[in-house]
Design a protein around this ligand. Structure first.
Ligand SMILES: CC(C)(COP(=O)(O)OP(=O)(O)OC[C@H]1O[C@@H](n2cnc3c(N)ncnc32)[C@H](O)[C@@H]1OP(=O)(O)O)[C@@H](O)C(=O)NCCC(=O)NCCS
Length: 201
């Protein structure tokens, strides 16, 4: 089998003009996720809020002005969720409600999402900082982009003097599990079909 191509890329913070491309990449790489199923416009709204919040990080990997990877991280997900809910305009709420009506299976995702809202306790400490999403374009995987995006998250939380952060992934996502284990995450807890992993910095 041919070895994967190495891809030249640079990292930078998500700019306003990148928001739609980042949302599209997120949706194509993680189509199963609750936020993806609420639509590209909703994802773009979340990315816009994330990039404007100094307690959050959104970094993109870019080559020839194309976004090949995106990672996001949130210092306090509970506070960020409250911010999302309190800032969403009525038209946005109405469009989410209509999505929920035409895709009843999203309710199941909503129930799963509630399970994930329980605190993550590791070594007797509640861990709040989280890596909320990472996606690399299918054409550029296994070129080291994901690794460098995770390093950007490590640096961000180190600067905030956070000793740990967590993330969740699907139990059946073998690629993601191999990737995270390679990058020093520990598989900590299973919640339904999701797995919580923790990284010590
Ligand atoms: C998971 C994902 C972000 C990895 O990004 P990537 O840029 O391909 O990863 P990297 O090239 O930086 O790989 C780093 C290490 O992870 C491991 N890894 C990556 N892809 C792997 C695969 N398909 N199988 C086994 N190990 C893999 C390797 O050990 C690799 O190190 P090496 O290249 O030195 O051997 C990417 O596959 C992706 O976007 N998947 C779809 C979205 C997703 O599942 N996101 C996570 C949801 S929580």
């Amino acid at each position: 089998m041919a070895s994967p191509q190495r891809v030249g890329f640079t990292l930078r913070p998500l700019a306003p003009a990148d928001v739609d491309s980042a949302a599209a990449l997120h949706q194509s790489a993680m189509s199963y996720s609750f936020n993806s199923r609420l639509g590209k416009k909703h994802l773009a709204y979340l990315y816009s809020l994330l990039r404007q919040d100094e307690t959050c990080l959104v970094t993109v990997a870019v080559a020839d002005e194309k976004i090949l990877g995106v990672v996001s991280a949130i210092s306090d997900p509970h506070r960020f969720k409250e911010k999302v809910f309190s800032s969403m305009p009525l038209t946005h709420w109405m469009s989410l409600a209509s999505r929920l009506m035409i895709q009843p299976s999203v309710w199941f995702e909503l129930l799963q999402d509630r399970k994930m809202n329980q605190p993550v306790i590791y070594k007797n400490i509640e861990i709040k900082p989280m890596l909320s999403a990472i996606a690399v374009d299918a054409s550029a995987r296994q070129s080291g982009i994901g690794r460098v995006l995770v390093q950007a998250v490590d640096d961000f939380f180190r600067q905030l003097s956070q000793p740990f952060y967590y993330l969740d992934t699907r139990v059946e996502n073998k690629t993601a599990r191999a990737f995270y284990q390679q990058l020093g995450f520990v598989e900590h807890e299973c919640r339904g079909r999701n797995l919580i992993l923790v990284k010590e910095l």
